[in-house]
Design a protein around this ligand. Structure first.
Ligand SMILES: CCCCCCCCCCCCCCCCCCCCCCCCCC(=O)SCCNC(=O)CCNC(=O)[C@H](O)C(C)(C)COP(=O)(O)OP(=O)(O)OC[C@H]1O[C@@H](n2cnc3c(N)ncnc32)[C@H](O)[C@@H]1OP(=O)(O)O
Ligand SMILES: NC(=O)C1=CN([C@@H]2O[C@H](COP(=O)(O)OP(=O)(O)OC[C@H]3O[C@@H](n4cnc5c(N)ncnc54)[C@H](OP(=O)(O)O)[C@@H]3O)[C@@H](O)[C@H]2O)C=CC1
Length: 515
């Protein structure tokens, strides 16, 4: 029997961010491997017209939880959705709920965060720093608490190239930042944001670094660990390969490339693509929870959950495999054929943005206008280019993360635990993983039916013919204009025509002779 799985049986576990990408996979694995756990409390807010209960119902009835229902048929009774908004004081949790959480919780997994790169600093601080501080305060009042696991990101110190499993201090103390957010107005915050984030690319990475400092400062005598995953991708193995349900990280770009919107991206093909499957992150998280509670390390340990140092893959290989998969399983109703490429040069990148992105969008909008419809492609394209520009920082650099603690933990696990909670990325076959990722994007994110593949291929053939027709027409128009204006072009044209005429005459004469 797995020691980690049996550790969680009988436990009351509190998860923040359980409705998010990682949170769902974490809950699924917990229920599947430790069906006798006592309860999972999740802090949820109502969203998009759904109550907290409706959101939980939807999650439990999704494909991701199909296996759980077989192993743990009473899963509905073991999940307790607690109304909470992490942006509010005391998370707006009712007194009764708070009392229950404080007195019963054994383990806390803090996954909630704003992961938007362009979030306003005030909001990013509120969620990634202040809420973390408040949750630690809550945890310090939990008499039965055994471990508090904080999910950070491997990019919290992306201003460095070699990153150790330590907390690097930011120049301004988190407490000062939290205080200043209370009295500064938005305009001043906007002004000081670039100075505060310094050489980090966005408010997300900066506030995640501040969040780590808060964890270190407020840890008291709690058993705390921090996990730093790199770019979290679709599931590798569990509960099935390729599951993904949001557009973050590479998923959005995979769709944009597959639909033919994205034709070029400024990226360094040889830079390491430090992707990590979400089930690997979850396995490490659960192993860390067990180790922190049982072995009680003297200090807060940080675990890097990355792939680059043990099993590197680069963006070139990844992009190539994404496109190869689209050859076999294209997406439906593509705008253009998937034919993206990497450029390393800013000027070339701008050229391709104009020629391959903006121009086709303008032409398509013109066609929409002609046919009496509302133009929309230019808007979509501008948004895509803005989003791509925000990701460019991460696809043009490589980082090195040391993984001593993660490797130490692996060696502490029994062979059974190493199997059930596998986080050894050396076993990952990238080509297979990326193919499953692309299929997962098609099936689970876009909800496209595999039966539609022949029609999708047919559509791509039509697009290819339109492309050839368009290019030929363009060439003929350009040539006609050139002939009208340039003597040299006219000479070349007469040379080609007379050459073709002579060739045809010779061909006709020789075939008449044979007869
Ligand atoms: C040799 C051959 C070569 C060939 C080559 C070919 C190549 C071609 C192949 C290409 C593949 C290979 C290369 C891959 C490179 C990948 C690089 C990844 C780097 C990632 C690094 C991450 C490092 C850090 C990791 C971390 O630690 S953090 C986690 C990562 N964090 C992020 O990844 C957030 C990023 N994103 C945002 O920061 C915001 O998204 C923002 C961008 C501001 C937009 O913002 P905006 O434009 O406002 O758009 P939205 O409002 O967000 O959304 C607009 C619409 O989409 C909807 N929608 C938004 N979201 C979601 C969501 N979730 N789930 C569901 N829907 C959503 C929303 O409903 C709305 O729909 P609508 O309402 O319009 O109908
Ligand atoms: N995805 C990635 O590539 C990486 C993620 N990480 C880290 O992993 C963790 C989980 O990320 P991921 O699952 O991808 O992120 P998601 O954006 O998918 O999930 C974020 C979660 O936080 C919750 N949340 C946000 N704001 C509030 C609020 N005000 N009150 C209550 N809950 C709130 C969301 O709830 P709701 O559904 O209501 O919005 C959601 O459950 C984060 O800490 C992130 O920094 C680290 C490295 C990479």
């Amino acid at each position: 029997m797995s020691m980690i799985a049996s550790f969680y049986n009988g436990k009351s576990i509190l998860i923040t961010g359980a409705t998010g990408f990682m949170g769902k996979v974490l809950m699924e694995k917990l229920f599947r491997t430790s069906p006798d756990l006592k309860v999972i409390y999740i802090l949820v807010r109502p969203k998009a017209g759904q109550t907290t209960q409706q959101r939980v119902f939807q999650i439990l009835n999704s494909k991701l939880f199909e296996k759980v229902k077989e192993v743990c048929p009473n899963v509905h009774e073991k999940i307790r959705a607690v109304y909470a908004d992490l942006n509010q004081n005391d998370f707006a949790i009712s007194k009764e709920d708070m009392q229950e959480l404080l007195s019963c919780t054994n383990i806390v997994f803090h996954c909630a965060a704003t992961v938007r790169f362009d979030d306003h600093l005030r909001h990013a601080v509120q969620l990634n720093v202040t809420a973390t501080q408040q949750l630690l305060l809550m945890a310090s009042q939990m008499p039965k608490l055994e471990a508090f696991i904080h999910i950070s990101t491997a990019f919290s110190n992306c201003n460095l190239t070699h990153i150790d499993e330590v907390i690097y201090p930011c120049p301004v103390e988190p407490k000062q930042i939290i205080d200043s957010m209370e009295w500064l107005d938005d305009a001043i915050i906007d002004e000081i944001t670039p100075k505060l984030i310094g050489d980090r690319p966005n408010t997300y990475t900066y506030t995640k670094a501040l969040g780590e400092m808060v964890v270190q400062q407020e840890s008291g005598n709690m058993n705390i660990a921090i996990i730093r995953p790199s770019i979290v991708g679709a599931t590798w193995q569990e509960p099935f390969p390729g599951w993904v349900d949001n557009l973050n990280g590479p998923s959005g770009l995979i769709i944009a490339a597959g639909k033919g919107f994205l034709r070029s991206i400024r990226a360094t093909p040889m830079a390491v693509a430090d992707l990590i499957p979400v089930d690997t992150v979850v396995n490490l998280t659960l192993a860390v929870g067990w180790y922190t509670a049982v072995h009680r390390p003297k200090s807060t340990l940080i675990y890097h959950c990355t792939s680059g140092n043990l099993n590197p893959c680069n963006w070139g290989k990844m992009g190539f495999q994404v496109l190869a998969t689209f050859e076999k399983v294209p997406l439906e109703r593509a705008f253009r054929r998937p034919n993206a490429d990497f450029t390393t040069n800013t000027i070339t990148s701008q050229y391709w943005n104009a020629v391959s992105h903006r121009a086709p969008a303008i032409i398509y909008d013109f066609y929409l206008r002609l046919t009496g419809r509302k133009p929309r492609m230019t808007k979509v394209m501008n948004r895509l280019l803005r989003n791509v520009s925000m990701l460019e920082y991460f696809v043009n650099r490589s980082w090195e993360w040391s993984t001593h603690n993660t490797e130490m933990l692996m060696s502490e696990l029994s062979p059974e635990d190493q199997r059930v909670f596998n986080f050894d990325v050396r076993q990952l076959n990238w080509l297979e993983y990326i193919e499953n990722y692309v299929l997962g994007v098609k099936k689970y994110l876009l909800k496209e039916d595999m039966a539609g593949i022949p029609e999708a291929k047919q559509h791509l053939k039509r697009l290819r013919n339109i492309h050839y027709l368009f290019n030929t027409a363009l060439f003929l128009i350009a040539w006609r204009l050139l002939i009208a204006r340039s003597q040299m072009a006219r000479n070349v044209w007469f040379f080609i025509v007379s050459f073709c005429y002579k060739f045809l005459s010779y061909f006709r004469a020789s075939s008449t002779l044979k007869v």
